[in-house]
Design a protein around this ligand. Structure first.
Ligand code: HEM
Length: 184
């Protein structure tokens, strides 16, 4: 949060609430969202797929088949960027590369929006909406957890993944943003 706030402070004029058009200036904030989606997928399963004709992949042909839903949670398989890599580290999406990581995380190692033809058509929209909201919350308010307990990130089983346990936090409007917020 401190790093995001520093980035916002450096790039947005004092007292102005950030907006969507500022996002290109806030790459660290964007990386926070990417890292969050790596660790906690809002949608765990993909809709089931069925092929309507024979399908040949590398010399193996299979007949039309209904595939069960593959889970995005499989992103935790070896070599992928899933939860097997612990720790919250937005920097992994920038220059600091670990083995197998890098620009864009290709080879299906990072697929919170699915992959292929049916991938989420609103990836850009979703990212921009959520990044703007999180950016404004960080810019305008001081946040404190209500307890020292580690946040339980487990979600409930469902198509999207509502949190099992709500996160309780206290917030205060930051002095420097009072005017801007009162003009809304
Ligand atoms: C952070 C936000 C979002 C995430 C993580 C997300 C994730 C996903 C995933 C994993 C899929 C399944 C892809 C597949 O089957 O391969 C999907 C599909 C889809 N999403 Fe999103 N999504 C997000 C936001 C949105 C928003 C804001 C919209 C609409 C305004 C949207 C519209 C759709 C639609 C229409 C599909 C079905 C695409 C198809 O079957 O061809 N999504 N999304």
């Amino acid at each position: 949060m401190k790093k995001a706030r520093t980035e916002i402070g450096r790039n947005i004029e004092p007292g102005r609430i950030l907006q969507e058009s500022d996002l290109p200036k806030l790459p660290y904030l964007h990386n926070i969202l990417k890292e969050t989606l790596r660790l906690v997928l809002p949608m765990q399963g993909l809709p089931p797929r069925a092929s309507s004709a024979d399908c040949t992949i590398k010399a193996t042909t299979s007949p039309p088949v209904q595939c069960s839903s593959s889970t995005l949670g499989d992103a935790a398989r070896p070599g992928a960027l899933g939860r097997s890599r612990p720790g919250f580290k937005p920097e992994r999406f920038t220059g600091e590369k670990e083995e197998g990581e890098g620009e864009g995380f290709t080879n299906f190692k990072y697929i919170p929006f699915g992959a292929g033809r049916r991938r989420c058509p609103a990836e850009q929209l979703g990212f921009r909406m959520v990044t703007t909201v999180v950016g404004v919350l960080v810019q305008c308010f001081d946040w404190e957890p209500m307890s020292e307990e580690e946040v339980d990130i487990k979600g409930l089983q469902s198509l999207t993944v509502p949190k099992g346990k709500h996160v309780m936090a206290k917030y205060n409007v930051r002095e420097c943003m009072v005017d801007a917020l009162s003009r809304l």
